[in-house]
Design a protein around this ligand. Structure first.
Ligand code: C2E
Ligand code: MG
Ligand code: MG
Ligand code: MG
Length: 292
């Protein structure tokens, strides 16, 4: 009896495992094809300056126009791209596409737009990221200061010497560097100072709780003040409510990014937003008086 149950359980798990392995294999095959077939697209989310409410720049976010599945967000496939190493080739596509798009805007009424792209740690290890980025800038005659690379703490901690070297080369050419999802890793700001950083992006998790959880609020304030004392720019990610916005304003955050101002948009729609000169609404006067 017991033996029987055991065998059934075993069979059950094997079937489940097979399904998982197959699903993964199917996804990997589809991702390889996606690159060949040009199914990846970039969407662009604006960041707004709290000082004057203007758009400070955009972040390019990868999307997959998967046949039969619609538009797929990176949460569904970035991990597999990383595991399989495909992220290096997709990353090259992102670099080239971002630079071409900056050039397109330069040649249009939109004009100069600062654009950041997300970069995986694997792009440092397996490719000559600095040479690749600089070549894409030159090829499109894009001023280096319009491009920014977003790296996570973990990707910086994984491969130090090579990464520092690469980032310094980019920095010398005036490419900007920011730390994404800041506060979720285990690095100290002292450690991160070894890298030529311009900007810290406070992770969405702290912003989500900033008006409800005193610990999250304390972390946000600490990040802002440490960043400023090191002359770094601070961006809050994932701002969705006026309450979060006014908290960040009160504590002198430099820029915000989030659904409150704009969702990520395709190139055409973000171009329209830029042309309209859309701005963040100024703070309510009564908000100012309530501040303590
Ligand atoms: P990230 O770089 O931290 O990007 C911010 C994510 O937060 C984006 O998710 C964005 O759509 C989302 N977001 C923005 N505002 C809000 C908001 O107000 N509320 C909420 N709930 N979410 C908001 P997305 O586009 O799904 O990208 C997820 C992650 O995938 C990115 O996080 C980044 O780590 C990675 N990723 C995206 N594009 C690329 C890429 O081209 N290369 C690499 N290596 N990674 C990428
Ligand atoms: Mg990012
Ligand atoms: Mg982030
Ligand atoms: Mg992230």
């Amino acid at each position: 009896q017991a033996k029987h149950a055991g065998r059934d359980t075993y069979r059950f798990f094997t079937a489940q495992m097979n399904a998982a392995v197959l699903a993964r294999l199917e996804l990997e095959t589809a991702l390889r094809a996606a690159l060949e077939n040009g199914e990846f697209v970039l969407h662009y989310q604006p960041k707004a300056r709290l000082g004057d409410g203007r758009v400070a720049g955009l972040e390019a976010l990868l999307r997959w126009q998967r046949p039969g599945h619609g538009l797929v967000a990176p949460g569904e496939f970035i991990a597999l791209l990383e595991e399989t190493g495909l992220i290096v080739r997709v990353g090259s596509w992102v670099i080239a596409t971002a630079c071409r798009q900056i050039r397109r805007w330069l040649d249009s009424p939109v004009g100069a737009v600062a654009l950041s792209i997300n970069v995986s740690g694997r792009q440092f290890v397996e490719g000559a990221l600095d040479a690749e980025v600089l070549a894409a800038l030159v090829e499109n005659a894009v001023p280096a200061e319009l491009l920014e690379l977003e790296l996570t703490e973990t990707s910086l901690m994984a491969n130090t010497a090579r990464t520092i070297d690469c980032l310094r080369n980019l920095k010398r050419q005036h490419v900007k560097i920011s730390i994404d999802d800041f506060g979720t890793g285990y690095s100290s700001l002292a450690y991160l100072r070894r890298f030529p950083i311009d900007t810290l992006k406070i992770d969405i998790a702290f912003i989500r709780d900033v008006t409800s959880n005193p610990d999250a609020a304390a972390i946000v304030r600490a990040i802002i003040s440490m960043a400023h004392s090191l002359n770094l720019n601070v961006v809050a990610e994932g701002v969705e409510t006026p309450a979060q916005l006014s908290y960040l304003r009160r504590h002198h955050c430099d820029q915000i990014q989030g659904y409150y101002f704009s969702r990520p948009l395709d190139a055409e729609r973000v171009g329209e937003l830029l042309l309209q000169g859309r701005r963040l609404a100024p703070p309510e006067p009564c908000d100012e008086r309530r501040q303590t």
